[in-house]
Design a protein around this ligand. Structure first.
Ligand SMILES: [Zn+2]
Length: 252
């Protein structure tokens, strides 16, 4: 098993430091090195690996400095082997990555970028989704197609309900307001109040869970007839409904 620490980076990025009982650690998506170094030193941890979900600068910005300082190895997608700084270990769909007796399964989840991956830890009931699935939202389509993103989101949605979701950014409140703007409900209103209260205390909304996201995240509901009807998109395919929702969000 491992414990997960949330490290806030840049303006709204999340980096995660995970460590085992021997104080050996891996870090997911280090946006920048210094907050990660502070976290490692404060908790007396030895950094062994950097895991990158995708190549964007706000997920790999700390790679070189951390690798230099800790002599750790960098893990990422085979498809991003020319774009992830300092990458050592290349992974594909279905591969297993091991950290001692801790095992992670790799899902290719293209859409935000081509070559985006998720790290799923079955025993620890945790998934690191980068900029593909956010709490109440999903990433913009910078490189992939809506079809790719929809398939990727379904792959994550199929994980067990209790799985904790660790994503790349704190966008939850603005995502909740977006959903409320197109499909208002008392449940969402309550969620918005809850998030405003959390933010006023400088607290994080992460991790979410698959169960919570299936209930409220509209991007996971593009194949729900009630949602497509409410949006006036009767008889449209889930991909079309997803594309429509993503376009609305891009212009929100
Ligand atoms: Zn990104």
């Amino acid at each position: 098993m491992f414990k997960t620490l949330i490290v806030k980076c840049l303006s709204d990025n999340y980096t995660y430091v995970c460590y085992n009982e021997n104080n050996e650690a891996f870090v997911v998506d280090p946006s920048e090195a210094s907050p990660v170094i502070d976290c490692l030193e404060k908790n007396n941890l030895k950094l062994k690996y950097i895991l990158n979900t995708h190549h964007h600068f706000d997920h790999v910005g700390g790679n070189y400095e951390l690798k230099e300082k800790y002599k750790c190895s960098i893990v990422g997608s085979e498809k991003d082997k020319d774009r992830i700084p300092g990458i050592d270990i290349h992974l594909r769909e279905g591969d297993k990555w091991h950290f001692g007796d801790i095992e992670s399964e790799i899902f290719e989840i293209s859409g935000h970028t081509v070559g985006h991956i998720a790290f799923y830890f079955n025993r620890e009931k945790s998934v690191f989704t980068g900029d593909t699935l956010f709490s109440l939202g999903c990433g913009r389509l910078f490189e992939g197609t809506p079809k790719m993103m929809w398939e990727s989101l379904k792959k994550i949605r199929d994980l067990p309900d209790e799985t904790k979701i660790y994503c790349g950014h704190e966008y939850t409140l603005s995502n909740a307001k977006f959903i409320y703007s197109i499909l208002p409900s008392d449940e969402l209103k309550g969620k918005i109040n809850e998030l405003e209260n959390l933010y006023s205390k400088n607290l994080s909304s992460i991790p979410s869970t698959i169960q919570e996201e299936k209930k409220l995240n509209i991007f996971l509901q593009a194949d729900n007839n009630q949602i497509s009807e409410a949006l006036g998109l009767i008889e449209k395919s889930p991909e079309n409904v997803f594309t429509h929702i993503r376009n609305l969000k891009d212009n929100f």
